[in-house]
Design a protein around this ligand. Structure first.
Ligand SMILES: Nc1ncnc2c1ncn2[C@@H]1O[C@H](COP(=O)(O)OP(=O)(O)OP(=O)(O)O)[C@@H](O)[C@H]1O
Ligand SMILES: [Mg+2]
Length: 339
C-alpha cells in the first residue's frame, strides 16, 4: 500500500431537510487501502458512498478522488471509479458474457478492448468456464461476482462496494471476500466497503470507520479499535474445587485489577479485569485461599463487541426520530435522490 491519499473527505455533510444523514465527516483513504464503513441501519453509509460516487451532491464540505473534486470534476471522478450498490444489477436471461458486454457497451468501451476486458474479468472472477451460461442458473455468490466485475469494466482505480455480502450464505460470502481481497492485491484497487458483517470487515479492511447518526465515532485498524474501546479483558475461570466459590467472588472483587465478577455456575466465574498483572494477582488470590483453578480462558474482544460498545444495543428502527417526509418503510425502494 502506498502512502499517498487516493480519497480525501473534508467536513462532508448531507442533509435531507432537517435530517443530517451525513454530519461533518472527514477521513482519508490511502492508495491501495481497503477502508470499511460500519454503522447501524440509517447511519449514513450509503449516502456517503453516493456522494463520493457523484450520484448525490453534498450539502457542504469537500471530497476529492485522486485529487479530483467530486463536484467540480465529477466527470473525471466517474472515470476513476466503479460502484456496486446495495441492489444487485444482473440480467438473468443473459449469459455471463452477454451481461458484461451489455454494460460494457453502455460505458462506450470499444469492441476489441471490451472483448479482452470481459475475458480478463471473467478469468479474475474464476467464471471463464461459465461464460456462456445464463446468469439465472448461477448461485447467488456467482451472480454477485458478475455484479462486482460489472463495476470493473471501466478498469476503475477506486471501487465502492455497498454491502457486497448482503443476503449471501457463508460459502458465498467467503467467495466474495476472497475475490475482493484478490482484486485489491492483484490490481491495487482502492476500496471502500460498507458492511454489517463484522467478520468481513475484520478480515478485509485495513482500517474501519464506525459511523452512527451521520458521524464518524471511531476510525482505526480493527486491532486498535478492539484495544482502545473494549480495553478490558474478560477471563473465564473454571475452578477445580467448588466449596470456596462464593468466598472467592468476594475476594476477587476486592482486587484493584478486577472490575466485575459474575458467578456463572458453581464452578465457573466470569471476571472482567484490566492491567498487566491481573493474571498473577488472580492466581495469587486463589492460591492464598487454597483454591484450585482447572482452566483460565482469556476472551478476546471481537469487532462486534467494539461495534455494540460504541453504537449501543438498541435496534435502529427506520422510522426512528424522523419527520414524516423522511420515512422509508422497510423493504421499499429508497426514494430517488435529488442532486
Ligand atoms: N433521498 C433521501 N431522502 C430522504 N432521506 C434519505 C434519503 N436517502 C437517505 N435518507 C435517509 O438518510 C439516512 C441515512 O441513510 P443511508 O441509506 O445512508 O444509511 P445506511 O447507513 O446506508 O443504512 P443501511 O445500513 O440501512 O443501508 C437514513 O435516515 C435515510 O432514511
Ligand atoms: Mg446502506
Amino acid at each position: 500500500m502506498e502512502n499517498t491519499n487516493m480519497i480525501e473527505v473534508r467536513n462532508l455533510s448531507k442533509y435531507f431537510k432537517a435530517l443530517k444523514a451525513v454530519d461533518d465527516i472527514s477521513f482519508t483513504v490511502k492508495k491501495g487501502e481497503i477502508f470499511g464503513l460500519l454503522g447501524p441501519n440509517g447511519a449514513g453509509k450509503s449516502t456517503t458512498l453516493r456522494i463520493l460516487s457523484t450520484l448525490s451532491r453534498p450539502t457542504s464540505g469537500k471530497a476529492t478522488i485522486n485529487g479530483y473534486d467530486i463536484v467540480k470534476n465529477d466527470n473525471k471522478v466517474r472515470e476513476l471509479l466503479g460502484i456496486v450498490s446495495e441492489k444487485m444489477i444482473v440480467y438473468d436471461r443473459l449469459t455471463a458474457k452477454e451481461n458484461l458486454w451489455f454494460f460494457g457497451c453502455l460505458y462506450g468501451i470499444p469492441k476489441e478492448k471490451l472483448n479482452k476486458r470481459v475475458a480478463d474479468l471473467l478469468e479474475l472472477a474464476n467464471l471463464t468456464p461459465f461464460k456462456d451460461k445464463q446468469v439465472g442458473t448461477f448461485s447467488t455468490g456467482m451472480r454477485q461476482r458478475i455484479n462486482v466485475i460489472r463495476a470493473l469494466l471501466n478498469d476503475p482505480q477506486v471501487l465502492f462496494l455497498d454491502e457486497p455480502t448482503l443476503g449471501l450464505d457463508p460459502q458465498s460470502s467467503v467467495e466474495i471476500r476472497d475475490f475482493i481481497k484478490n482484486l485489491n492485491k492483484e490490481k491495487g484497487t482502492t476500496l471502500i466497503i460498507t458492511t454489517h458483517m463484522m467478520v468481513d470487515a475484520d478480515i478485509l479492511c485495513d482500517r474501519i470507520a464506525i459511523v452512527d447518526h451521520g458521524k464518524i465515532i471511531a476510525l482505526d485498524t480493527s486491532a486498535n479499535l478492539k484495544r482502545a474501546t473494549v480495553g478490558d479483558n474478560t477471563l473465564i475461570i473454571k475452578l477445580a474445587i467448588s466449596n470456596l466459590t462464593g468466598e472467592m467472588v468476594t475476594k476477587l472483587k476486592e482486587l484493584s485489577c478486577v472490575d466485575a465478577v459474575i458467578q456463572e455456575n458453581e464452578m465457573q466465574l466470569r471476571v472482567v479485569v484490566h492491567g498487566e498483572n491481573a493474571f498473577d494477582e488472580i492466581l495469587d488470590t486463589v492460591r492464598s485461599m487454597k483454591g484450585k483453578i482447572s482452566s483460565m480462558e482469556n476472551l478476546q474482544p471481537t469487532l462486534e463487541d467494539v461495534f455494540l460498545h460504541m453504537t449501543g444495543r438498541h435496534v435502529r428502527d427506520v422510522l426512528e426520530a424522523k419527520a414524516p417526509q423522511q420515512m422509508r418503510p422497510h423493504g421499499m425502494r429508497k426514494p430517488q435522490r435529488g442532486r
